[in-house]
Design a protein around this ligand. Sequence first.
Ligand code: NAD
Ligand code: UFG
Length: 341
Amino acid sequence: MLVFLAGGAGYIGSHTAVELQNSGHDIVIADNYSNSSPEVIKRISELTHRDVAAYEADVCDKAAMLRIMTAHRIDCVMHFAGLKAVGESVKKPLAYYRNNIDATLTLLECMQKCDIHSIVFSSSATVYGEENPYPYVETMPRGRCSNPYGWTKSMMEQILEDAARADPRLSVVLLRYFNPIGAHQSGLLGEDPQGVPNNLMPYVAQVAVGRRDHLTIFGHDYPTPDGTCRRDYIHVMDLAAGHVRAVEYAAEHKGTAVFNLGTGMPYSVLDIVTAFERNSGVRVRYEFGPRREGDLPEFWADADKARKILGWSASRNLDDMCRDSWNWQKRNPAGYKTGCL
Ligand code: NAD
Ligand code: UFG
């Protein structure tokens, strides 16, 4: 199949691009590089020994999307293109609603014009909101989100579901990611956040490599076994494999399907620090700080539906995640800017 990856130069899109090509699919990427680098395209090509068709384009630009969709016989769209920093979304809600919702509407309108009937969407566990009990199951209703980023995901899910309800030819797969970490085992691809990392693993890795002095652990008085928050961390290459199964599922089904992509196993912030130290041999300095607003004490996935219906489950453990994150960070201490050491 030919898969169009909107936002495909980003962290999850780039790993998925490699996995798709290695599974025999072809890809086209469009990205405006607002949170990534053209260097990623070269590395995907290096890893797969194949040329990659890549366009520098804004997914909200309808004319550009139509040009790409008419130039290639696309079977499925994977929609990764979005702004994703939770804290920034509170400060700049309009930028988040404009970019994320507009990109989704533009893709759906262009797909309709170009007779493309299949879309896989990057959703998030954040749509379960604050009220649902964990583990989260796909049958639960979407909840109240604590920030505009989360609301964009919730609204985009609704838009996609409505589009599928109105067009019986359309297949929508909503993938609710839990906490993706890790990197491609080669160390050529990984997570390269701009500025100060918001997420735990890139922060830990940057402390280990000497770019940051210490990690601040947000709260240690939560009602969890060690007092720090627990999350369902999933290796980005397992997530990428889930996308390959999703695109194949979308080709055979119509309507909307929702899948959690997680491991079903929660780990605390202190578990992550300890596992990272064990796998890198480097000490990670940390201090306890106050709780971060909006953080839930813990949540994890019920990952049964993806296992039963997609035949997918995560195969990499926390040691694999930490080892690969460290391998990426130590080979690319300044991310994609420096190239490999
Ligand atoms: P990322 O920022 O690394 O990748 C997103 C890519 O989209 C970037 O390359 C960025 O340049 C591009 N982009 C953004 N807006 C665009 C636009 N208008 N036009 C063209 N390109 C655009 O993020 P990621 O971690 O790879 O996440 C991918 C998707 O998964 C996002 O939608 C994100 O919200 C979602 N998600 C991520 C996580 C996570 O923890 N990483 C968790 C749940 C959901
Ligand atoms: N944390 C710290 N210090 C840091 C960064 C994070 O202690 O410097 C803690 C957080 O308090 C939280 C845990 O590490 O307890 C994980 O935090 P992340 O920011 O890495 O991840 P979140 O669970 O907050 O959010 C992530 C994504 C969201 C997504 C959500 C659910 O960033 O986009 O998972 O999928 F919505």
